[in-house]
Ligand binder design. Structure first.
Ligand code: GDP
Length: 547
């Protein structure tokens, strides 16, 4: 069983005399809170373990590479999730690395990813974009990258699996630049083509770091760093080529620029092989050196809340039913300001009611550790959080603070929901409302369809399964779901144009409960295009993932 320990207590904590706030900016400054965005199979779970290994939180990574063996790290608490061996929910892994406290937020990575995956990105300060060296940018990576770009999250790119045959390094950089208009700024450059990984050329120092394989990646990869002269002698043509390509990059304006990174225009790029722990240390060091520490978060009044104000945070995820015996409800809160202490009574901004944090935990997968204190950038799991919903704010002191609601994301899957037993219509209604409030699914309605059969909308179809599972377990209603043929939603900017869409025969307009936005649903891009050609006056707006 893996044990993840919080490291916050190893260093002097903020002094309690002033409400414990004096050391908060310093505590925040040494935190790095990020998530990994990738397509399934790019190696996210493996990399997560490798990162934790380097931070010496877990001593043996080799033993947990199999899907079955890594349950301690991957969140897997729902029974359904276990049966599938995939991760539906997400939480945070915290570990210390030197003086830095790393918070790695888990972004569920299956093809059936959900709104939760996107929402995690509202709680990170930066992201690592993980690419498979043979595949480059893949669909799910692109979607998640869109959210990062929209939210202005700086992205570091890690090209993984360099130990296996793959594409050319320059070609991968070119793809990043042309497809997502992000300037690649390689910090190191691979020596040896994909499949013959010798090590990396550090583009800053000009030195060569040679990686040596260790059996199954079970221990830290052996590294040897040497000057260019010796590298040229020992690596010959591989070294020459790396140097030439690196010079070419400098000529094309790919040298590092921190401002361009922070503003989301450019991405530092690193090469490695997570499974062999190669390049993982370099990635961790880069995160520590370049990624931003938690910054003051802007509230609904557009005012940034200083880090040393009393505690505040927002709920970015609510998880129910993790423990079937107790059916507890956990709200994951990202701390934005102040010092969080377990047991403190905070105010729930949405209701003005007090909320006791006696049962504060840190969790990742099945591991739960009671958390005693937390600082900006950290994630705290609050148990028994029945009143808390996704996007809610918690704070201490007056005046009250509220952070903006989390955005809804562009749904791509739609199902009509009905109760199997009409006698339980009331429970059904309550259940649907609850799921909508928690952000499990989006709920859409129209007069035409009537209130008895709302349409559930989701980013990934697995949200429907979670919804059905929840409604049955908690409200005793079996859900009947009929999939609708739509895959695309557009905002209908002018409500009086609803009939144009409804009469088209292939599309319809539904209103979203959450924000009252009218969404026009279409089966495919062709249907959108042909209706627009027929009715040039029709105003449709794209929903960016992350709006
Ligand atoms: P995830 O779906 O993104 O979490 O990916 P996993 O971590 O499960 O990795 C998918 C597969 O790729 C597994 O079989 C890993 O062992 C393998 N893998 C991950 N990283 C590397 C790497 O650096 N090199 C090679 N050759 N295989 C890797």
């Amino acid at each position: 069983m893996l044990t993840v320990t919080a490291t916050g207590e190893e260093t002097p904590a903020a002094s309690p005399g002033d409400g414990g706030r004096s050391g908060v900016p310093q505590e925040a400054a040494r935190r790095r809170t990020f998530g990994v965005i990738s397509h399934p199979d790019a190696g996210k779970s493996t990399l997560t373990e490798a990162l934790a290994l380097h931070a010496r939180v877990i001593s043996e990574a080799g033993a947990v590479h199999g899907k079955a063996g890594r349950k301690g790290v991957v969140s897997d608490w729902l029974a359904m999730e276990q049966a599938r061996g995939i991760s539906i929910t997400s939480a945070a892994l915290q570990f210390g690395y030197g003086d830095t406290v790393i918070n790695l937020l888990d972004t569920p990575g299956h093809a059936d990813f959900s709104e939760d995956t996107y929402r995690v990105l509202s709680a990170v300060d930066s992201a690592v974009m993980l690419l498979d060296a043979a595949k480059g940018l893949e669909p799910q990576t692109l979607k998640l990258f869109d959210v990062c770009r929209h939210r202005g999250i700086p992205v570091i790119t890690f090209v993984n699996k360099w130990d296996r045959p793959g594409r050319e390094a320059l070609e991968l950089c070119d793809e990043i630049s042309t497809r997502i208009d992000l300037t690649p700024m390689p910090l190191n450059w691979p020596v040896g083509e994909a499949g013959r990984f010798r090590g990396v050329l550090d583009r800053d120092t000009g030195e060569f770091t040679r990686f040596t394989r260790t059996a199954g990646g079970a221990t830290l990869a052996t590294e040897e760093t040497m000057g260019a002269e010796r590298a040229a002698e020992e690596e010959g043509a591989d070294w020459e080529r790396a140097v030439e390509e690196s010079e070419l990059l400098s000529l094309s304006g790919s040298d590092f620029d921190q401002e361009a990174f922070l503003s989301g225009k450019a991405t530092p790029v690193l090469f490695g092989a997570g499974v062999l722990n190669m390049g993982v240390r370099q990635l961790l060091d880069t995160i520590v050196r370049l990624s931003p520490a938690p910054a003051p978060r802007v509230d609904v009044e557009d005012k940034a809340r200083p880090l040393d104000k009393p505690f505040s945070g927002f709920v970015f995820k609510v998880q129910t039913g993790m423990d079937p015996a107790h059916r507890d409800r956990v709200a994951f809160v990202r701390v934005c300001s102040g010092r969080f202490e377990r047991g403190m009574v905070v105010t729930h901004a949405q209701t003005g009611r007090p909320f006791s944090t006696k049962y504060a935990q840190q969790m990742f997968g099945r591991e739960r550790n009671t958390v005693e204190e937390a600082f900006p950038g950290d994630v705290v799991g609050l148990v028994n959080a029945n009143a808390l919903q996704v996007g809610d704010t918690l704070h201490v002191g007056k005046p009250a603070v509220r952070f903006p609601k989390l955005p809804s994301f562009a749904p791509e899957h739609f199902s009509v929901a009905r109760p199997s037993d009409l006698g339980r219509a009331k429970q059904f209604r309550k259940g649907i409302q609850q799921l909508e409030e928690e952000g499990v699914v989006q709920v859409l309605r129209s007069d035409r369809r009537g209130d008895a059969a709302p349409v559930l909308a989701a980013v990934g179809p697995m949200q429907f399964e979670v919804a059905a599972h929840r409604i049955e377990a908690e409200f005793g209603v079996k859900l009947l779901l009929d999939r609708l043929p739509y895959r695309i939603a557009r905002i209908l900017a002018q409500p009086d144009q609803r009939t144009i869409v409804d009469r088209s025969g292939r599309a319809e307009v539904l209103r979203r409960d959450r924000d009252g936005v009218d969404l026009a649903l279409f089966p495919d891009p062709v249907a959108v295009g042909s209706l627009q050609r027929l009715h040039p006056e029709l105003k449709l707006e794209a929903l960016v993932a992350g709006t």
